[in-house]
Design a protein around this ligand. Structure first.
Ligand code: HEM
Ligand code: HEM
Length: 223
C-alpha cells in the first residue's frame, strides 16, 4: 500500500516546528483513561467491588469507543491504517531483530498487533466480569450454560447467601482472573515495546501520547 502524502497543513506544521500532530485528543484521552481505569480495576479487585466493577465498565466503554474511532477517527487512529497481517508483522519483527526496522509515524506493525491483543483481552476481561456479576447473565447466553452453568450449579458456594454477594468461585472467575493476568503480561510487553522503540528511534513515545506530536518523518520513515 502506498502512503498518502501529507496535507499542506501538515507540511506547514512540520516546516515550522519540526513536529507533526499524530495522536488526536480523543486517542490520547482514551489511552490515559484506559491506563487509569485498568489500574483502578486491578487495584480494587477483591478489595472494593463496586469500584472494581465501575472501573471495569469504564474500560469496556473506552474499548467500545476505540472500536468506533478505529473506523471513523483521525488518520493514525484508523485500524485500516495501522493493523497489518501476520506476514508484515513478522517481517517487521525480523527487521527489529536485525536492528533495521523503519520508523513509523503512527503505530508500527508489532505495536499494532499488541494493540489488537490488548483490546481483545480487555474486552474478554470486562465481558467475563459482567457475566459473573449476576448469575442470570450466564443463563441468558445459549451456549455458555453448557460450559459454565453446570459447574456453577455444582458449586457449593452460594453467592447470595447471608443476604448479599459473597465470594464468587468457579470456572468463570478463573477465566476472568486468567484474562486479567494475561492483561498484565501484555501491558508489560506493550510498555517494553514502547521503551525499546523510543530508544531505537530517539524519541519519547510516551510523551508523544501526551502531547500528540512527533518528530516529522525523515527519509525512509513511514508516514
Ligand atoms: C504507563 C504505561 C504506558 C505507557 C507509557 C504507554 C504508552 C503508549 C504509547 C507511547 C502508545 C503509542 C505507541 C506507538 O507509538 O505506536 C500506546 C498505545 C496504546 N496503549 Fe499504552 N502505554 C502504557 C500502558 C498501557 C496500558 C496499561 C494499556 C492497556 C490497559 C495500554 C493500551 C494501549 C493501547 C490500546 C494503545 C493504542 C492507542 C490507540 O491507538 O488508541 N497502554 N501506549
Ligand atoms: C476489564 C477490567 C477488569 C480487570 C483487570 C479485572 C480484574 C479482576 C481480578 C484480578 C479479579 C480477581 C480478584 C481476586 O483475587 O479474587 C477479579 C474478580 C472479579 N471481577 Fe473483575 N476485572 C475487570 C472487570 C470486571 C467487570 C466489568 C466486572 C463486573 C461488572 C468484574 C467483576 C468481578 C467479580 C464479580 C470478581 C470476583 C470477586 C470475588 O472474588 O468475589 N470485573 N477481577
Amino acid at each position: 500500500m502506498t502512503d498518502a502524502p501529507f496535507s499542506n497543513a501538515q507540511d506547514r506544521q512540520a516546516g515550522a516546528t519540526g513536529k507533526v500532530r499524530v495522536w488526536d485528543p480523543l486517542v490520547r484521552v482514551f489511552h490515559w483513561g484506559l491506563v487509569g481505569a485498568f489500574a483502578t480495576a486491578w487495584l480494587a479487585a477483591d478489595e472494593v467491588q463496586p469500584l472494581h466493577e465501575l472501573a471495569g465498565y469504564t474500560v469496556a466503554g473506552l474499548v467500545g469507543f476505540r472500536l468506533v474511532w478505529g473506523l471513523v477517527g483521525s488518520r493514525h487512529a484508523r485500524f485500516a491504517r495501522f493493523v497489518k497481517g501476520p506476514r508484515a508483522t513478522l517481517a517487521y519483527l525480523g527487521d527489529m531483530v536485525h536492528g533495521r526496522e523503519r520508523r513509523y509515524l503512527g503505530h508500527n506493525p508489532a505495536g499494532a498487533a499488541m494493540i489488537v491483543a490488548l483490546l481483545i483481552t480487555l474486552s474478554g476481561t470486562a465481558f467475563t466480569g459482567w457475566l459473573m456479576a449476576e448469575p442470570e447473565r450466564v443463563a441468558m447466553l445459549p451456549a455458555m450454560p453448557a460450559i459454565v452453568a453446570p459447574a456453577w450449579a455444582d458449586d457449593d458456594d452460594d453467592r447470595f447467601e447471608n443476604g448479599g454477594r459473597s465470594e464468587v468461585e468457579g470456572p468463570l472467575k478463573d477465566v476472568h482472573e486468567a484474562l486479567a493476568n494475561l492483561m498484565l503480561l501484555l501491558a508489560a510487553l506493550h510498555v517494553g515495546g514502547v521503551v525499546l522503540a523510543s530508544f531505537r528511534h530517539h524519541e519519547n513515545l510516551a510523551r508523544a501520547m501526551v502531547t500528540g506530536d512527533k518528530r516529522a518523518p525523515g527519509p525512509g520513515d513511514i508516514a
